[in-house]
Every structure is written in C-alpha cells, then in structure tokens.
Design a protein around this ligand. Structure first.
Ligand SMILES: Nc1ncnc2c1ncn2[C@@H]1O[C@H](COP(=O)(O)OP(=O)(O)OP(=O)(O)O)[C@@H](O)[C@H]1O
Length: 589
C-alpha cells in the first residue's frame, strides 16, 4: 500500500511539473487529451451505426462522415500533439535544470560540492541525455499526461464493451493491465539497476569530457594518452552497463509469459462476441463495435514510449525531491562589522568531509586590522584550507573564527564576503571579456572604462577583448598574463571597498620583474586593507609585517622575517635553502 501511495505521489509530482510548461501549452495539451480520451469509445460506437446502416441498406452518409471526422480529429491531434509535447518537454527540462543549478548554488559553503551523493542526485535530476529514448523529467511529465489519457480512453472503451459483455470487458481490462504491470515491473527493475550505477555513469562522462575537452587536450597528446583515454572511457562504459546488459537479457527471455497472456486475451476478445453473433445475439454492427472496443481495451497492455519516458524520467523527480530536502535555508546572520576587522582563529581544527585526519589542528592566529600577514609552510600544510575557512566556504570542525569578536558562523555570509577579496591559487579563467574578468570580483559596483583599462593595461590593449580560446574571435592569455589579470581583479575589488585581501600564490606565474614589483605595486596599493599572503617564494613574503609558519596543522613559528631568521627555526632553514640556489655558492653545489 505504501508503495502504491509512493507511485501515486510520483505521478502527481510529474503532472505538477507541467506548471513549468506555461498556461497556453498546458491548455493545448488538455484539449488534445480530451480528444484522445473521447476518440476510441466514440469510434467504437460509430462503427456499430455505420455497419448496421450498411447491412440494413439505410443511408449511411452521416455515420461515415462522423467516423471520418473523429478519425481526422484524432490524427490532427496526434500531429499537433507531437509539437506541443516537444515544447512542453523542453520547457519542463529547462525549468528542472535551472532548479538543480539554483539548488547547487544556494548553499553559502561548498561542502555539498564535494559530496558524491549530491552529484549523483544532481545527475539524476537533470536531463539524463539521449539514449534510445529521451530520459528527462520533461519527457516523463508529458508521458504522464499521455498515459493518463490512454487509461481514461481505455476505461471509456471498456465501458462500451461492457454494455454487451460486462464480464469480458472486465476480464480484458484486467488481463491487459496485468500484462502491462508485468512488463512495467521488469523495466522498472532494469531502470533501478541503471539508476544504481549512476556513479559509474559519471565516470563515463568524465572520461568522455577528458577525451574531447580542451583542458586535457595538451597533455593527452604530449603524453600519447589518446588510446588509453578511449580505453578508460570504454571500460567505464562497460562497468556502467555490464550488470544492466545481463539483467536485460534475462528479462527479455521471460517475455513468453506476457505473450501467452496476450494470446489468451486476444482469443477471448474474438471468441466471445463472435460466438454471440453466430447465435444471433448480436447484430453485425454490434459485433464490429465489440471487436473495435475490445481491441481498444487490449491496446493498453502495450507499453507505449510514454511509459518508458515515465519510468526513466521519474527518477528525476525523486532525485529533485531528495535535492530539495537536502536544501538548508540560506544562512543569514548579523551584518559584518564595518571598518577593517581584526580576525582571530581560536583553536580552529578542520577535517575535510570523509577524511580521517584533520588538516588544521588547533590553529591560534590573529590577523590584526590592516596587518600584512604572510602564511608559509610546506605543500599540503593547510594554507589554502585556512583561507577557505576564512571565506566561510567550510565551517571549522572545532574552534571558532572571530571577526571583531563576532563568530564568523554568526555573520551574514554574503555581507562578510563583500569585505573579502580573495585570489585563489586555482583562480578561474572566465571565458569572458577582460573587463568582466576584472569586475566580477565586485559585481555590485560599477567601474569606469578608465579605471578598468588602467588595471588591465599590462595584459590587454582593449578591455572588451574576449578571453575565450574556443570561442569565435576570442584570444587566450599566457599563464602569467592570466595571473596579472587575477591580481587586477583583486585590486579592483579593493578599490570598491573590500577590506581583507587574501592572495594565495599570487606570483607563481609572474616573471622576475613583476614579482619584484609585486610587493610595492600590489600590496602597497591596497591602502588600509588587511592582507593575507600565501607563497612558497619566501622572497615574496619577506617584506610582510608578520610571517606565520604552518606545520602539522598548527602555527609553529611567527614573527617578522628578521625575527624568524634570528630564531633560526624551520622558516630560517627554508629561506636559506631557497636563497642558496641564487648564490654562486648554491649554484656551484
Ligand atoms: N577538497 C578536499 N578534500 C579532501 N582533502 C583535501 C581537499 N582539499 C585539500 N585537501 C587536503 O588537505 C590538505 C591541505 O591542503 P591545502 O590545499 O590546504 O594545502 P596547502 O598548504 O595550501 O598546499 P600547497 O602549498 O600545495 O598549495 C592536503 O593534504 C590536501 O590533500
């Protein structure tokens, strides 16, 4: 019973999706549905009048005209229906995809983006691509309309047959629905097998993207990985489909049961009215009507394409519901304090979801208002993670981050981020204009052409140059030019009022001159804002007010460059190691 309720809920949810198709489309669908429901029983009735008139020699012009009219109407309905269905499908699919995108973007942190279960649900909820059927929520929703029409038409046609043979009508309806139920169960089982393999399907998509996308194109060619990538894609495809193929073969072998049931039902549908006509209990017209009606009832046993659309697409609805239920209401909080804040990490620990060991393990650190703080440490010591916590992209597992004494968790995330300007180590190279690549760091503000051009001068002549290598008329930048543009992005955001600047490896791609000028031009140019600078190049961090060394998830050393050198600890050792490589002594070694 619970399962029946669940299926009914799914079906209603599918019909509800129609709201996204727009009023006019739904109205036309409803009109076509009415024609679809009425056509089959009306045809069965008209056939009787036509045949009886012909047999008795009465005029049969009007039954012919009526019959032709209904058939024409049904045919026209099917033609128009194809187009309207396509429109409705597209509108619903578009709406569902937008919904999934909104749900993906809604959380103010990024924990969900690293949860495979979230990605599986998002893949199921969205358009599932084109296999031999279009597997999408729109197709399922339109399919639900069609199946509803078919069911109502079948019941009405069974009603026509029941006026002569109620028991036959009921039996035929029962057997036809049973056949349908069996086939549907088999296909649903198959669909659940495929659904369970969604993580495998994502791997197929990954390998397909790697093979065809521009990102990995260079390495694939230089490493000679073309064949290997194709094999991995194929292997992923087999891993995804292997169980499915085995089970599908088993299901196909079992089709004889439904074939047998169908043969018995067809025999009954022919024999019962036929024998009655032989015994003079039915006129030829009534016999024709019964046969047409019986065939109409029997037709419901055939799983039309819409049934597959529903069973393939209903997983979208279930997944969308699951995504909705995971949605937490957007985090709000108190407005971020005004002015340049003091930021204090108090015993902050953090482990990535699903990871056994914490990356940060009791970090105590204060970033004074207006301070130029550098964070150094070996690769993987947690520098970027600290920045992500500072930006509120993750919550500390324990401990807290205070902004002018207010817990970061209690601050309005959007308001807090309006105070930050972050240049991530893996900053995004947006396939947009140079202007957009700069101004999107402070989308709420507007910048004059002059100021944007001044910021972009070193990189491009025209700020409206499109930086999209695969786009028509676009051009690409070198790694260092992109980094300069990303730095321009930060400077722009600071000019629009950001008060805390975070720079994660901002000079990694810069040439020697640009690196040498970095401190004066970029750090010196941020005015009273605080700066958190992360770099492996210790020459870059040397002028900072304070340098912090992260090790084993904790702050182990801190002080100015001179203080740390005097301390002669890990920082001093790393600094000497780097410096020695530029001295004749180091070069000779
Ligand atoms: N999204 C993630 N999920 C799981 N573990 C992660 C994730 N991001 C980073 N880590 C792990 O956390 C640790 C710290 O990574 P983080 O990027 O903060 O180091 P880092 O000090 O910035 O390194 P680098 O100097 O190389 O940039 C690493 O061991 C890394 O493998």
């Amino acid at each position: 019973m619970q399962r029946v309720m669940e299926v009914a809920r799914e079906r209603v949810a599918l019909l509800r999706l129609l709201r996204s198709a727009g009023g006019l489309t739904v109205a036309v669908l409803a009109g076509l549905a009415a024609i679809g429901v009425a056509a089959a029983p009306v045809l069965a009735i008209l056939v009787r009048h036509l045949v009886d008139a012909m047999v008795s020699g009465a005029p049969y012009l009007w039954p012919v005209a009526a019959l032709a009219g209904v058939m024409l109407l049904r045919q026209a309905g099917e033609i128009v229906g194809e187009a309207v269905d396509a429109v409705a499908r597209k509108q619903i699919d578009g709406a569902v995809r937008s919904r999934v995108r909104r749900l993906t973007l809604a959380p103010s942190d990024i924990t969900h983006l690293e949860d495979p279960a979230f990605h599986d649900l998002a893949a199921r909820a969205g358009d599932q691509g084109i296999t031999w059927r279009v597997r999408s929520p729109g197709a399922a929703s339109v399919g639900q309309v069609k199946i509803t029409v078919r069911m109502l038409a079948t019941i009405a046609t069974a009603g026509v047959l029941a006026t002569y043979f109620p028991f036959l009508a009921l039996t035929l309806l029962g057997v036809s629905l049973a056949i349908r139920w069996i086939i549907r169960r088999q296909w649903m089982y198959l669909e659940s097998v495929k659904d369970a393999a969604t993580p495998e399907r994502r791997k197929v998509d990954y390998w397909a993207d790697i093979a065809a996308g521009p990102e990995a194109g260079k390495e694939i060619r230089v490493f000679g990985l073309g064949g290997w990538v194709s094999e991995r894609r194929l292997a992923a495809h087999y891993a995804w489909m292997a169980d499915y193929w085995v089970i599908r073969r088993r299901v196909l072998r079992r089709q004889w049961t439904t074939g047998l049931l169908a043969a018995v039902a067809a025999l009954l549908a022919l024999l019962v009215p036929g024998l009655a006509a032989l015994h003079g209990e039915l006129s030829v017209g009534e016999l024709s009507s019964c046969l047409v009606a019986a065939w109409g009832v029997f037709a419901i046993s055939v799983m039309g394409p819409e049934a597959f659309d529903i069973d393939y697409g209903r997983t979208s609805v279930t997944a969308l519901r699951a995504l909705e239920s995971r949605r937490s209401s957007p985090r709000t909080g108190v407005p971020a304090p005004g002015g340049v804040p003091e930021i204090r990490f108090e015993g902050v620990s953090f482990a990535y979801p699903g990871m056994p060991r914490p990356v940060l393990d009791g970090v105590d650190l204060t970033i004074g208002a207006g301070e130029r703080l550098a964070i150094v440490g070996i690769s993987g010591s947690g520098k970027t993670t600290l920045v992500k916590l500072l930006a509120g992209l993750y919550q500390p597992t324990s401990g807290r981050i205070l902004v002018d004494g207010v817990d970061l968790c209690d601050l309005d995330p959007q308001g807090w981020r309006r105070q930050l300007s972050v240049l991530f180590q893996d900053f995004v190279r947006y396939p947009l204009t140079a202007r957009d690549n700069i101004t999107l760091a402070a989308p709420e503000a507007s910048g004059s052409d002059e100021e944007i051009s001044a910021l972009a001068r070193e990189v491009v002549d025209r700020i409206d140059t499109v930086l999209w290598r695969t786009g028509t008329g676009g051009r690409d930048l070198s790694g260092g030019q992109w980094q300069k543009l990303a730095i321009a992005r930060v400077r722009y955001a600071v000019s629009k009022g950001r008060r805390v600047v975070v720079l994660d490896e901002p000079t990694a791609h810069l040439d020697v001159r640009a690196e040498a000028e970095f401190h004066e031009r970029v750090i010196g140019g941020v005015g009273s804002a605080s700066v958190v600078l992360i770099s492996h190049r210790l020459s870059t961090v040397r002028p900072a007010d304070r340098i912090v060394l992260l090790r084993d998830g904790r702050v182990t050393e801190q002080g100015s460059h001179d203080e740390l050198m005097a301390e002669d600890g890990e920082y001093a050792r790393l600094f000497r190691l780097q410096a020695s490589r530029f001295t004749s002594e180091g070069a000779a070694r």
